[in-house]
Design a protein around this ligand. Structure first.
Ligand code: AMP
Length: 420
């Protein structure tokens, strides 16, 4: 038997209902905030991600699904959506629209990571990006939107919002140097991964979850923001407060992508254990220009759908029972089937769910099937009924039966469906 690839999972019908709920909530909340959907390809030229995510990042160095197509071009399955979305923004001149241009998208992402609970190699994200404005109120609104999406899902579990400012090209480079110097000095007390990252991507070292590294990292120097970044960050927090959104400032919140500047944020749920990040994002002023577009700033976030689904409480309408068909149509023989096929089609056209046998089984086994399907009604048409132009309508709960003329059967089923 051929099995699914490691780290890749199927979303079975029993779970798909929850996925649909997450997606519907996203559309509702995002659109109320003025975001419009954009649908993007799942693969791009490799250089887009190398430039858009950063050569030094773990994603680009170790995690991309990169392949050559038959023409020898290097392509990559997207590990995240922002780079593709910005490419589309630039390519289609979307920057001519009133700013900020607000876009959202959803779909699969691909990263060659070590699979574990809550971490997949094909996973799914909801992505929101607001382009062309760097006002701190926009940052606050984006974070409020993220919080409101989770509110819209009625999660029982509490979520924490952490927020930080990574500074910009004015204040970060000096800090980066200071941090490298500090990390090198203490390298003997850091894990191999941290030592490697010290040279490649020093800010990410602060993110290390290894308890042995904690003492060094906890004592690491903190970023001192330049006056402009400090004012921007203070305003973001002030606007959040105005909206009643609680966010905890966290020095150590750095993100995996190179081009984040100023505001970064993450949403976590302790309930999820080790992989507790549900969503994360930040500002990436300068990235659009770096990808060959206009000098528009931008901010956005990504929500991991698998992790959201894991947090969702069961709801009545998720259960299969509530999606049971109204009736099972049982023709006994091919001629009866010919009568019932168009009836089923007409009833279904009114969005009433019915199922149909194909006339090859005995009545008893078809009634068993009706029971298994959990239908309210069985509709039986055998030779006798055909000769009388009738159908038998059997109430599966009580076992009582009534007859309906074949001509009135469609309307009768539609009426029963409407009354449910
Ligand atoms: P990132 O694009 O790395 O900022 O991730 C944003 C969100 O996507 C995270 O907070 C997770 O919820 C989710 N996510 C990232 N990587 C994975 C993965 N390998 N498997 C499942 N979810 C993921």
């Amino acid at each position: 038997m051929i099995q699914a690839v490691r780290g890749v999972h199927d979303i079975l019908p029993s779970a798909a209902q929850k996925w649909a709920r997450v997606e519907a909530t996203a559309r509702r909340v995002f659109e109320a905030y003025g975001y419009e959907e954009i649908r993007l390809p799942v693969f791009e030229r490799t250089e887009l991600f190398a430039r858009g995510i950063g050569e030094a990042t773990d994603i680009v160095q170790k995690e991309m699904y990169t392949f050559q197509d038959r023409a020898g071009e290097s392509l990559t399955l997207r590990p995240e959506a922002t780079a593709s979305l910005l490419r589309a923004y630039i390519e289609h001149g979307l920057h001519v629209h009133p700013k900020p241009v607000r876009l959202y998208t959803m779909g699969p992402m691909f990263r060659y990571e070590r699979p574990q609970a809550g971490r997949y190699r094909q996973f799914h994200q909801l992505n929101v990006e607001a382009l062309g404005d760097d006002h701190p109120a926009l940052d606050a609104e984006v974070i409020a939107l993220l919080v409101d999406f989770f509110r819209g899902l009625d999660l029982a579990t509490p979520l924490d919002v952490q927020i930080n400012s990574l500074g910009d090209a004015k204040c970060r480079p000096a800090y980066r140097e200071r941090l490298i110097e500090y990390l090198r000095r203490n390298s003997a007390r850091l894990c191999a991964e941290c030592r490697d990252r010290t040279e490649r991507n020093p800010l990410r070292v602060l993110d290390c979850k290894n308890p042995e590294c904690r003492p060094v990292l906890d004592a690491a120097p903190a970023l001192e923001l330049c006056p402009e970044c400090a004012t921007h960050f203070a305003s973001v927090r002030e606007y959040l407060k105005q909206m009643g959104v609680e966010a905890t400032p966290t020095h150590r919140l750095v993100r995996g992508l190179d081009y984040y500047v100023r505001t970064t944020f993450e949403l976590t749920a302790t309930e999820l254990g080790a992989q507790n990040a549900v969503a994360g994002g930040g500002r990436y002023d300068g990235l659009i220009e770096l990808l060959g577009g206009p000098p528009d700033p931008g901010i956005g976030f990504a929500i991991g759908i698998e992790r959201v689904v894991q947090l969702l409480p069961e709801r009545g309408d998720d259960a299969r029972e509530d999606r049971r068909p109204l009736a099972f149509l049982i023709p006994l023989g091919d001629e009866a089937l010919r009568h019932l096929l168009p009836v089923a089609r007409a009833v279904r056209s009114k969005a009433v769910r019915v199922e149909l046998g194909y006339g090859e089984r005995k009545l008893r086994s078809e009634l068993e099937r009706a029971n298994k399907l959990g239908v309210a009604w069985a509709v039986i048409v055998g030779e006798t009924e055909l000769s009388r132009g009738e159908a038998v309508l059997r109430d599966m709960k009580s076992g009582t039966q009534q007859t309906v003329s074949l001509g009135a059967l469609t309307d009768k089923l539609i009426a029963l469906g409407a009354a449910r």
